[in-house]
Design a protein around this ligand. Structure first.
Ligand code: SF4
Length: 615
């Protein structure tokens, strides 16, 4: 098998059984890797209706063929499972160095099944695999745990961990790695916690066989030079996504005060230049990255080290909870990282709680203190309560949708989520394509699959026609990078050309894909994950794709887009167009014709066996 570790490692935590199966050529060719393997395995192996936090769920860790090679930025790994946050397909990707290590140990996929009865960690040194006791690590912070295991096992191990929030099954707990990289979204740390797995430590010594070594070396060098020659490389490297908050504010897209507005007064204090001056110790990159965007920081007033904050954290903790001091955001970022919480969901949930308090939906008696936007103590108090599932934190730990259902009033209208997943960091009432992208994302309201604010600006922010087509195009391209084990940011941020990838995949794997073949595979995975949601939820469809009422009933309160709103009719126009272009019915469900065209005839049969009526 060229380009692959060549094996699938399966570990049953209930019985302690393990086995290593070879990865088949067909699986590799048809699903490429990472997100493709995860979707296929979860579809084939999970029974519908299982408890996401029960032993029947599986946590699948997978990387792609370019990871660990000298192709630039081949350092991505994804985790997938039925999501405890949404009840549908869940997945989250992460950078760092563990993807490469996994390949060097000989694995493309690691599947954790069942559940351990006591805290453990997974030790993998090539084909030596052990389930080891982790009682000495249980209760420790995610980053502290990584440090403790590095001390115990040696620097050559690459380690991913969960924090206390994952242990307590907070629905938006993340998996951490490399002292500040996270697979943050859809509660993959929660699933790991439900299996009582505190960490996975990997060390590998094998090489990756390549179909054409010489051509890969030549092409890899050419790609590296191509990245180094890009005009905006310096800007990207200096600031990473920390350069984005001021731009997002100026165009009126920065989530502010629980998405009441898209413009934050004082946002200029969050500028990447200020962050660099005040906090950055050094730039930090993932495996093989030519454009390291990580910013390792020392936050002096609070005496803590943290990676970041990157854009999404600054948007959701900063704008959404109204903090304009970058050092305070850095400190709160550190707290979330150590507790093992996704900063997007945590900032969203806490902003929501602050608004509920302001509106009298939550009281001092219920919360235990007074909550205020922009108040450090309010955030700190809530985030610690959430991670410990204490008091009000036990409700907020379930996510913003559940919390709104408990708190009542009209709070569901401003619980900013889709399909139960909290909205990423772009206010989109003045960006219809981006609104549609987050509405239709297969995971819930997440920017990973498509982000298109610049497209809205380029073709007109009020224009609706043509927006669905662009969203679909992006929903195939961006997650394509999560098939191959590579970072997409070279393409997104520095303009590195997409055309390089089919060629380099041929040299690495020997598979001769065209650009079109690769997009078709990405589309196939998209249809499979949509089918997964339908298999789980009988009445799944269009009604699950709407954003919260705030986005179609309330106008943006301040800033350049004050007064903007997207009406329900406009959202329906976007959805109709989107479903038609996808070849789905008007309820947003894949048709028989579409699934068969994608080579997913067996999916049709399975859906029918569960009583789903396919048009
Ligand atoms: Fe990692 Fe950033 Fe480089 Fe992507 S651009 S590989 S996220 S350091």
């Amino acid at each position: 098998m060229y380009g692959y570790g060549g094996n699938i490692l399966r570990i049953n935590l209930t019985t302690g059984e393990m086995n290593i199966q070879p990865l088949s050529q067909d699986m590799a060719r048809e699903w490429i890797g990472q997100r493709g393997f995860i979707a296929k395995i979860l579809w084939d192996e999970l029974k519908p209706g299982i408890d996401p936090l029960g032993p029947a769920n599986k946590l699948v860790m997978s990387t792609g063929p370019l990871a660990g090679t000298l192709v630039p930025a081949g350092g991505k790994v994804s985790f997938g499972a039925k999501s405890p946050a949404t009840g549908i397909y869940g997945e989250s990707c992460m950078g760092g160095h563990i993807a490469a290590e996994m390949k060097y140990a000989g694995y493309d996929v690691i599947i954790l099944e069942g559940a351990s009865s006591k805290p453990c960690y997974i030790y993998i040194k090539d084909d030596q695999v052990e389930i080891r006791d982790a009682s000495h690590l249980w209760g420790k912070g995610a980053i502290q745990t990584e440090k403790a295991l590095k001390d115990e096992l040696g620097e050559e191990f690459q380690i991913c961990t969960i924090g206390p929030a994952g242990e307590k099954l907070v629905k938006y707990a993340c998996i951490s790695h490399d002292f500040g990289r996270q697979a943050g979204r859809t509660g993959m740390g929660t699933v790991m916690g439900s299996k009582k797995v505190k960490a996975i430590a990997i060390c590998g010594h094998n090489s990756i066989p390549l179909a054409d070594l010489e051509a890969t070396v030549v092409k890899g060098k050419e790609m590296l030079k191509g990245c180094f020659a890009k005009e905006n490389l310096d800007e990207w490297q200096n600031y990473g996504t920390a350069g984005v908050p001021v731009w997002a504010n100026n165009i009126g897209a920065f989530p502010t005060k629980n998405f009441q507005s898209s413009y934050l007064e004082g946002n200029e204090n969050l500028d990447g230049k200020i962050m660099r001056e005040k906090m950055v110790v050094n730039d930090k990159g993932c495996f093989g990255c030519p454009s390291p965007c990580g910013k390792y920081c020392y936050v002096k007033p609070y005496n803590v080290y943290t990676e970041g904050p990157e854009y999404e954290t600054t948007a959701l903790i900063g704008g959404n909870c109204v903090f304009t001091d970058i050092e305070q955001i850095g400190y709160l970022n550190y707290l979330c990282d150590e507790l093992g919480l996704d900063t997007i969901s945590a900032g969203n949930v806490i902003g929501f709680a602050m608004e509920c308090f302001e509106k009298g939906i939550l009281t001092r008696e219920q919360v235990g203190m007074e909550l205020k936007f922009g108040d450090l103590e309010s955030f700190k108090y809530l985030v610690e309560k959430i991670a410990a599932r204490e008091g009000i934190g036990n409700i907020l730990a379930e996510g913003v949708k559940y919390a709104a259902e408990q708190f009542g009033g009209d709070s569901i209208k401003f619980a900013i989520q889709v399909k139960g997943l909290e909205w990423s960091g772009y206010e989109s009432r003045s960006a219809p394509s981006n609104m549609l992208a987050y509405m239709t994302c297969d995971l819930g309201a997440h920017h990973n699959r498509a982000w298109s604010v610049t497209h809205d600006i380029a073709v007109g922010r009020k224009v609706l026609e043509g927006k669905a087509r662009k969203v679909i195009e992006l929903q195939h391209i961006r997650p394509f990078f999560d098939l191959i084990g590579c970072c997409r940011l070279q393409w997104v941020e520095i303009g590195f050309e997409l055309e390089h990838y089919p060629e380099v995949l041929r040299y690495v794997t020997g598979f001769d894909y065209s650009q079109d073949d690769l997009m078709k595979i990405s589309e196939k995975v998209w249809n499979l994950t949509r089918a997964f949601a339908w298999r789980e939820i009988e009445d799944f469809g269009r009604k699950y794709d709407y954003p919260p009422a705030r986005f179609y009933e309330e106008t943006v309160t301040t800033g350049p887009n004050a007064g903007d709103v997207l009406s329900k009719e406009e959202l329906d126009f976007l959805l109709d167009d989107y479903y038609k272009l996808r070849g789905w019915d008007l309820n947003g469900l894949p048709t028989r014709e579409k699934l068969e065209q994608m080579g997913l005839g067996s999916v049709v049969r399975q859906l029918e066996s569960y009583g789903r009526k396919i048009s």
